[in-house]
Design a protein around this ligand. Structure first.
Ligand SMILES: *[C@@H]1O[C@H](CO)[C@@H](O)[C@H](O)[C@H]1NC(C)=O
Ligand SMILES: *[C@@H]1O[C@H](CO)[C@@H](O)[C@H](O)[C@H]1NC(C)=O
Ligand SMILES: [Zn+2]
Length: 545
């Protein structure tokens, strides 16, 4: 306690040390120097339980999750940007400058995790089975970082580009046995469960699970959670125009519920800026709102930011969409860094992935001949839209109003040449794309045509077990050293959750006791659950697209 350290005691120390006051004061000066040396030693030495910190010290945590981003995504994106913007080979991403370690990602029941178990490893700091959100491996609700932070008086927020009810945000703000229980996840996120409300700010997609009316709403129970939320005092934002009124966070009243799409926010490559904000805008809006709202408090905030759709581009094996998703994520990360540099409150940023998706490699060299050591970013640069977007464009070209020749011309000149910049296609490709009726077949073929030409390899349409990167940053030297001591090198994913828990001194067990009676099981038999083809986000997409 005697050495309770803050920036104030620094100032105090330097005042004491004032050199030319009196020559005779050799003894006090020596004592002061000894004390100072000790303080500096404490600050720079190993400190898992830094005793110089007051328990109630104000801190913020910003936790970035790049869903499905593996090491190859970084190499892919770096080379893409150097190529497309004519930059030198030393041009790297902001993320690259803050790499500190790698994370192992397996879940309790599989060497390959899904996003639900991957996110629960962070949120509850424990290993659980694939599909579980905020639930442990014995199917009991587990207290999350976000809930514990809120109970401790911090403000909390979640920013995503997919449905807010998707696995990653769900694992922080709900308790469900299976990730497909998105209607129930939405209820928990608004506070309709024993613990009450623990989320103060939501920005993302997924409106569909908050209301019941067709065509956009899909809740099965007829409830309109948006109206209920407004009645409960939430500020609701449902489109870009209303989002702009938030004035990048300067005009926000908490709690804020911003649901900007029924499903996912479009890929950054396809995003119409007049309809949807970027991840960077969403993040800065959240940061500004949360830091202003905590300005006069002695507690900070916890913010989760997910680059959700890096994963979708991986599932779809779409390299053109993925590089733009990673760039959008990097931009948001960079802006958060700059934001906290100007912030008085001690703030740390951690960023990692829950797993890799797609088995992506920047090479495609399984040939009878000796392979060429090349891959071609130009094909990614030429693509003006994702396979997901163009699939719909092909399908919406109404065959009834046009002859097959006209449709083939549309595929040839509009889709392949204009939108994808592919000129060396075969007539067979044109015929296939013009006649395919299954949307996923069209998407798969378009993405294959790009990947093949760019010489990009994919080994799966699902996840892989490769280790993913951990990034860290802080606006204080002391907490930066704490991050390094705990997360430098190779770690289990749960250690990242444990670190945040320790850093904020959160009591997860206390929350676990409070949420134990949460309604978390689907009203289905185990057999019915097993038959549901909805365990994976890819299956969800197959169903929804
Ligand atoms: C790319 O940059 C190099 C120098 O860095 C320059 O010589 C070249 O003209 C540039 N090319 C384009 C297309 O801008
Ligand atoms: C601030 O938000 C309110 C709605 O909450 C809106 O009526 C007002 O126009 C906004 N102000 C600005 C400057 O956009
Ligand atoms: Zn994931």
């Amino acid at each position: 306690m005697a050495l309770k350290m803050s920036s104030n005691s620094y100032e105090h120390a330097s005042l004491l040390q004032h050199p030319k006051r009196k020559q005779k004061r050799i003894l006090p000066t020596t004592i002061v120097l000894i004390i100072l040396t000790f303080i500096i030693y404490r600050l720079t030495s190993n400190n898992n339980e830094p005793f110089f910190e007051a328990k109630s010290k104000k801190k913020n945590v910003i936790f970035f999750v790049s869903d499905g981003m593996g090491p190859a995504s970084l190499s892919l994106t770096r080379s893409f940007r150097q190529y497309s913007q004519n930059l030198t080979i030393d041009d790297i991403l902001t993320l690259d400058k803050h790499l500190i370690g790698t994370s192992r990602t397996r879940s309790s029941d599989s060497l390959i995790t899904d996003s639900a178990a991957g996110a629960t490893a962070f949120s509850c700091a424990l290993k659980t089975y694939n599909s579980a959100c905020g639930i442990d491996s014995n199917k009991n609700p587990c207290g999350t970082l976000l809930e514990a932070a809120h109970l401790d008086g911090l403000l909390t927020g979640m920013v995503v580009t997919t449905r807010i009810t998707d696995a990653t945000p769900a694992a922080f703000s709900s308790h469900v046995d299976y990730r497909f229980q998105e209607d129930l996840i939405a209820e928990h996120q608004l506070g309709y469960y024993p613990l009450g409300r623990s989320v103060d700010l939501i920005i993302g997609g997924g409106r569909t699970h908050f209301y019941s009316t067709a065509p956009g709403g899909s809740r099965k129970d007829g409830r309109n959670l948006i109206e209920e939320a407004i009645d409960d005092g939430w500020q609701y934002v449902g489109n870009r125009e209303q989002f702009d009124q938030l004035q990048m966070g300067k005009n926000v009243s908490l709690p804020l519920l911003a649901l900007l799409a029924d499903g996912d926010i479009p890929f950054d490559l396809d995003r119409d800026d007049t309809k949807y904000p970027s991840l960077e805008e969403q993040t800065l809006t959240a940061l500004k709102a949360l830091s202003e709202a905590t300005e006069d408090s002695d507690k900070g905030f916890f913010l989760l930011v997910e680059g959700s759709r890096i994963d979708h581009a991986g599932h779809q094996n779409d390299p053109s969409a993925q590089v733009r998703e990673v760039l959008a994520f990097d931009k948001a990360f960079n802006s958060a860094l700059e934001f906290i540099n100007d912030l008085d409150t001690e703030t740390i940023i951690l960023s990692t992935s829950d797993h890799e998706t797609g088995g992506l490699v920047t090479a495609r060299q399984v040939t009878k001949e000796y392979p060429d050591y090349v891959w071609y970013p130009s094909y990614l640069n030429n693509a003006k839209h994702s396979g997901e977007f163009l699939k719909s464009t092909v399908l919406s070209y109404n065959a009834e109003e046009h002859t097959m020749n006209e449709k083939e011309d549309f595929v040839r000149y509009e889709i392949l040449e204009n939108f994808l910049g592919i000129h060396d296609y075969q007539e067979e490709d044109v015929k296939e794309l013009a006649t395919m009726t299954n949307p996923i077949d069209i998407q798969r073929k378009i993405n294959y045509m790009i990947s093949y030409r760019a010489q990009i390899g994919w080994t799966t349409e699902g996840h892989s077990a490769v280790d993913v990167y951990i990034y860290g940053y802080s606006n204080r030297k002391t907490s930066w050293l704490q991050i390094l001591e705990n997360l430098q090198g190779n770690h289990e994913n749960i250690e990242i959750g444990q670190f945040i828990k320790n850093y904020l001194k959160l009591d997860l067990d206390k929350v676990t006791k409070l949420v134990k009676d949460t309604d978390h099981s689907p009203k289905l038999s185990t057999k019915e659950v097993e038959e549901l083809p909805l365990f994976d986000e890819y299956m969800h997409q197959l169903k929804n697209n």
